[in-house]
Design a binder for this molecule. Structure first.
Ligand SMILES: Cc1cc2nc3c(=O)[nH]c(=O)nc-3n(C[C@H](O)[C@H](O)[C@H](O)COP(=O)(O)O)c2cc1C
Length: 271
């Protein structure tokens, strides 16, 4: 379960060495970004590489990230939304995670940084006039060595029973059923996917031949769709490793009222 192990170890890294990534690696990354852009981004989203991270650090310090905590890194990749469709947020996030997998394979670490509340004209000044709507950047580079015996920071993740339901929302899943369907590992590992503020808003309803993806619909802002895109990517990677090759189909979101929360339906996966 290679993808599973990858996910288990996948962490946001916030301490980067200041040294730049080697020229050859950066050239490969540029090529990877170009391919992803042409195949997936098209007219919906664009990836923009900022090779000289120092300039962004100076401008975004105290402004970007949670409560203005900018993450200093030698390089950044911005995710530029070219339109306002929900699918653009979802697949923008999906493909940024795809890029993160590529960067991790090259020995590089990453962390998403939110620019959600920054003024558009300030962003254009900082990130370039030709950009459209950059709401997220990705810090990347080499992780600073950790002092020996230091405890690696980790984020608490939901238990499977907290986000996987049977037939209807909030109906407890029988884990034997998950096991019998060969889906236990998949749900065990995708919990390690990153999410904004580690809110883990995704929920899954397992039906006979489909799985429905929903998001908790409380304090809703559109950016929660980013978390859907991220989890959809890892779910598809995990199913691929189980020999199921299918893709999520987006749906026009019903809202469900549960006992605990309201939920918005996002996508359906045919088993
Ligand atoms: C769309 C998105 C935006 C994020 N924005 C930030 C951010 O602004 N600052 C930050 O430190 N981490 C950010 N993160 C990282 C999450 O906080 C992190 O994934 C979560 O806490 C779980 O930790 P882990 O990635 O180490 O498992 C973001 C993650 C996502 C998916």
């Amino acid at each position: 379960m290679i993808m599973g192990n990858f996910l288990r170890n996948r962490k946001s890294i916030r301490d980067f060495k200041s040294s730049k990534v080697e020229f050859e690696k950066l050239e490969e990354i540029k090529l990877d970004l170009k391919v992803l852009q042409n195949e997936e981004g098209k007219d919906n989203f664009a990836f923009r590489l900022y090779e000289n991270g120092d300039r962004l650090i100076e401008d975004l310090s105290g402004k970007a990230g949670y409560a203005g905590v900018m993450i200093d890194a030698p390089h950044y990749i911005a995710l530029d939304f070219l339109n306002d469709f929900d699918s653009t947020l979802i697949y923008g996030a999906y493909n940024m995670e795809r890029m993160i997998t590529t960067l991790n394979e090259k020995g590089l670490s990453t962390c998403w940084i939110s620019l959600e509340n920054l003024d558009q004209s300030f962003k254009k000044e900082t990130l370039g006039d030709s950009t459209n709507n950059i709401e997220y950047i990705l810090a990347f580079g080499y992780q600073k060595p950790q002092p020996p015996y230091s405890e690696a920071p980790f984020s608490i993740k939901l238990g499977i029973e907290d986000f996987v339901y049977s037939d209807e929302i909030e109906k407890e899943i029988d884990t034997d059923k998950l096991d019998a369907m060969g889906l236990m590992d998949l749900f065990y590992y995708i919990r390690f996917a990153p999410s904004r503020k580690n809110l883990q808003p995704w929920r899954f309803i397992l039906k006979d031949t489909t799985i429905e993806l929903l998001l908790v619909y409380e304090d809703w802002d559109r950016y929660q769709l980013m978390d859907a895109g991220v989890i959809m990517y890892y779910f598809e990677q995990m199913t691929k490793s189980l020999g199921i090759v299918n893709q999520w189909q987006l749906v026009d979101g019903n809202i469900y009222e549960g006992q605990k929360y309201k939920y918005k339906s996002i996508a359906v996966y045919q088993l």
